[in-house]
Design a protein around this ligand. Sequence first.
Ligand SMILES: Nc1ncnc2c1ncn2[C@@H]1O[C@H](COP(=O)(O)OP(=O)(O)OP(=O)(O)O)[C@@H](O)[C@H]1O
Ligand SMILES: [Mg+2]
Length: 328
Amino acid sequence: RLSLTPVCESGEDVLLVENLSKAYDNNVLFTDINMDIKRGEHVALIGSNGTGKTTILKIINRLIRKDSGKITLGSRVRIGYFDQEHHDLDTSKTIFDEMSDSFPDMNNTRIRNTLAAFLFTGEDVYKKISDLSGGERGRLSLAKLMLSPANFLVLDEPTNHLDIPSKEILEDAIKSYEGTILYVSHDRYFINKTATRILDLRDRTLTNYKGDYTYYEENKDRLYYLQHEDDKVQSKNISENHEPAKSDGRKEYENKKNEYARQRKLANDLKKTEKLISETEDDIAKTDEQLNDPANGTNAALLIELSQKKEELEEKLLELYSHWEELQ
Ligand SMILES: Nc1ncnc2c1ncn2[C@@H]1O[C@H](COP(=O)(O)OP(=O)(O)OP(=O)(O)O)[C@@H](O)[C@H]1O
Ligand SMILES: [Mg+2]
């Protein structure tokens, strides 16, 4: 049986998104959305076409810039991203070689078994990736992702182009995966089988449903209203979900504990940022030295390269300075 335990376990906190906003010119996608995902959760992000789900996943993967807000990955979190368009596959290789080259420490039996679990059996494994259908490529990418050292899978419409047997394989794989998953899907049957929580992106805001798709359908309007009646109600419900109320003493203990953890994390980030700032400042000074070195005075290509490097470093430094300010 296929084991889907990530090699390295993340901390309890996996992803914290605070007041995230994004607009394209006049098209406001979402404003001030919040997300708090813990280890082991399998969260489905749903919403109509064009509401900004892919954008959220890409922002989390730092592929698109956010307008404002904060994204924090927990300790030891390693993201594995599955993008509908760009699979991380070398089309000139065979299925088997793609796997054995990606996981050189894995023996042939384990590679064979994994591929079989994802429905590549017998001579199939010697097919070239360039000859595979979109669905087969998707299936292979997912197999790779599940074996990778990632412990937080971020999947954008993973069931697209999958036939029914492949979809069932993926359902089982997700169910037995012990890491954390955030995925976008429009497939309510798939969501009902695999999600432990649902986030609905609607009206430029996120609503949290702590249950499967049936729970979502039954509570759609009630929880939407409760969470967005006003901001105070929203944050209260997001933090409490629909768990039983905790006693005041317990709550105070938890608040203090969380605050302590938050402060420690800030102090840690601050130290790291200060170290990066001083390293970047040193790099700029070194680049300046080279730029001003008379020996380089006639090497135009080098001078251009050095000034570009300096510009990039200065840009990086500016970002570090603002991050440092945020942490104060
Ligand atoms: N680079 C861009 N410039 C301007 N608008 C963009 C850009 N990228 C995406 N958009 C727009 O932002 C909106 C959200 O796009 P996004 O791909 O995040 O939606 P989605 O929720 O993933 O939709 P779907 O369910 O169809 O995949 C769309 O209206 C899209 O046209
Ligand atoms: Mg999308």
